[in-house]
Design a protein. Structure first.
Length: 422
C-alpha cells in the first residue's frame, strides 16, 4: 500500500474485468492502490480473454463476479437475497423497483444487459456487501462505476437502495447512446462524474447544465516509468522499409479500413514501408481479405493481440504511429485512444484523425499530423511526408513526449480521482 493511505473502501464496478481493450482501467486501479486507496472490484462478467495483461497479477483488490453468481444460484437463493435486502432497505428497494418498472426507456439506449438484469445484479451486489461486512468488518464507503450504461445503472440502484454514494466515468458510446433523461437521472444522483476528454465534458455541460460542479475532466494517463522515449522511436537511421505501427481493436470506429486505403496509395506512389497492426476484433477476417485482394500482404501484417508490456518495445522501435478513428453511423466513437498516448509517450511521431477528444492530445503540425476522418488522400500524403522527413519526425516525437509527460501522467490522474472518492 502506498503513501497517504485512506481507511475508506472504494468499490470499483465494471462491466467486465480484466479486458485487454480496457487496460486503462487496470492501470488506474494500480495507480490508485499505489497512493493508498483501498479497492474492491465488482465485475459483471469475466471476459475470459486469451491475452491478459501481465500487471493484472499486481492488483491487490479482490474481485467478485456478479453475473456468474446470479446465473448459477437456485431460485430460492435469489428470493432469500431479495427478502433480506428488502428487509434492510425496504423503502429504497421499493423505490428502485418502481423506477425499473417505470423506465422502459433504459432498454432503448446502449446496454449490454436489460434493466431487469441490472436490478437483479444490484440486489445481489448489496447482498455481497452485507456478507462481506459481516465477515470482515469492512464496508464499501463509495462505489465508482466505469462506463455510463449498465455499471452505472447498477451503482445508481445500489445508491437508491442503500444510500452508498457513487460516482462514474463516462467514456464514449456509453455516454452518447444512453438516453439523455436516463443519463441525467444518474448524473443527479451521482456525487461526481468523470470523463476522459473535453468534447465529452461539453456534452455533459449541455445536457445537465445545473450539475456542472460535479463534472471532472481527467485524462487516462500512462505509466511514464514504463513508456520511456528512446533514441530509436521515430528517429532510427532510415531503413529501406520504415516501420509503421498501429494498435487497436479491429472494429469500425478505429478506422482501419481508411488506414489500409491510405497505405495502398502510399505503395502506389512508390514509397516502401512495413506496417504492423496489433489487435484483434470482429473485422479481422474482413481486413485480412482486403489486404490480400489489394496486394498489400507484403507490406501489411495483422499481428493479433499483445500485452501492453510486449508492445512497449514495439512502440520504441517503430518509425511512425498511425491511428485513423471515425465516428460510426450509430454515434460510436473513441474519446482519446490510449494507444495514441502510449505511442506519443515514447516519442513516436503520430498521424491521426480529428475525432472526439483527439485534438486535445494531438496538435496539428506541432506534435503530429491531424486529418479529418475518412481523408484517405490527406493521410497518405502525411505518411509520405513524415517517412521522407526525419527531422520533422524528431520534432514531432519530442513534442509528443513532452505533451504526454505534462498532461497524461497516470499518477496525477490517480491523485485527482482519489480526491473525488475519499
Amino acid at each position: 500500500m502506498g503513501e497517504s493511505s485512506s481507511n475508506k473502501q472504494i468499490g470499483y464496478l465494471l462491466r467486465s474485468y480484466p479486458r485487454l481493450s480496457q487496460t486503462f482501467i487496470l492501470n488506474e486501479i494500480l495507480a490508485l492502490e499505489k497512493i493508498g486507496v483501498s479497492i474492491q472490484i465488482f465485475a459483471m462478467t469475466d471476459p475470459h480473454e486469451k491475452v491478459v495483461q501481465m500487471q493484472v497479477n499486481q492488483v491487490q483488490a479482490p474481485v467478485q463476479y456478479i453475473e456468474a453468481a446470479i446465473r448459477s444460484r437456485p431460485l430460492r437463493n435469489m428470493v432469500t437475497e431479495h427478502a433480506q435486502v428488502a428487509r434492510l432497505h425496504f423503502m429504497g428497494y421499493l423505490r428502485s423497483l418502481v423506477y425499473i418498472v417505470a423506465n422502459g426507456i433504459i432498454d432503448k439506449g446502449y446496454t449490454a444487459s436489460n434493466r431487469w438484469d441490472c436490478f437483479l445484479q444490484a440486489v445481489h451486489l448489496i447482498y455481497l456487501l452485507v456478507l462481506n461486512e459481516r465477515r470482515t468488518g469492512t464496508k464499501i464507503d463509495h462505489l465508482h462505476a466505469h462506463f455510463a450504461h449498465d455499471p452505472t445503472l447498477i451503482a445508481y440502484l445500489v445508491h437508491c437502495m442503500t444510500g452508498i454514494p457513487f460516482s462514474f466515468t463516462a467514456h464514449a458510446r456509453d455516454l452518447y447512446q444512453v438516453p439523455e433523461k436516463v443519463l441525467t437521472d444518474r448524473i443527479r444522483r451521482a456525487s461526481a462524474v468523470v470523463t476522459c476528454c473535453g468534447s465529452n465534458l461539453e456534452y455533459l455541460n449541455r445536457i445537465a447544465p445545473s450539475q456542472q460542479s460535479k463534472f471532472s475532466l481527467i485524462y487516462h494517463g500512462v505509466n511514464l516509468k514504463n513508456f520511456q522515449p528512446t533514441s530509436n522511436a521515430g528517429t532510427s537511421s532510415f531503413p529501406e522499409k520504415p516501420s509503421i505501427l498501429s494498435v487497436g481493436r479491429l472494429v469500425e470506429k478505429k478506422g482501419f479500413q481508411d488506414l489500409l486505403q491510405a497505405l495502398l496509395i502510399v505503395k502506389e506512389r512508390g514509397k516502401g514501408f512495413q506496417c504492423d497492426i496489433y489487435g484483434d476484433g470482429p473485422l479481422c477476417d474482413q481486413l485480412e481479405k482486403w489486404i490480400e485482394e489489394h496486394g498489400l500482404a507484403g507490406e501489411v501484417s495483422l499481428k493479433g493481440d499483445r500485452t501492453q508490456q510486449e508492445l512497449i518495445s514495439v512502440y520504441q522501435n517503430a518509425t511512425l504511429f498511425i491511428l485513423t478513428p471515425v465516428q460510426t453511423e450509430d454515434g460510436d466513437r473513441d474519446g482519446i485512444p490510449n494507444v495514441l498516448v502510449e505511442a506519443m509517450a515514447v516519442g513516436l511521431p503520430v498521424i491521426t484523425t480529428a475525432v472526439s477528444g483527439i485534438p486535445e492530445l494531438v496538435e496539428n503540425n506541432l506534435n503530429g499530423l491531424l486529418y479529418q476522418p475518412h481523408d484517405v488522400e490527406g493521410i497518405a500524403s502525411g505518411i509520405i511526408e513524415l517517412l521522407r522527413n526525419g527531422e520533422k519526425r524528431r520534432q514531432f516525437g519530442g513534442a509528443a513526449s513532452k505533451k504526454v509527460r505534462e498532461q497524461f501522467d497516470i499518477t496525477q490522474a490517480a491523485n485527482r480521482l482519489k480526491a473525488l472518492f475519499v
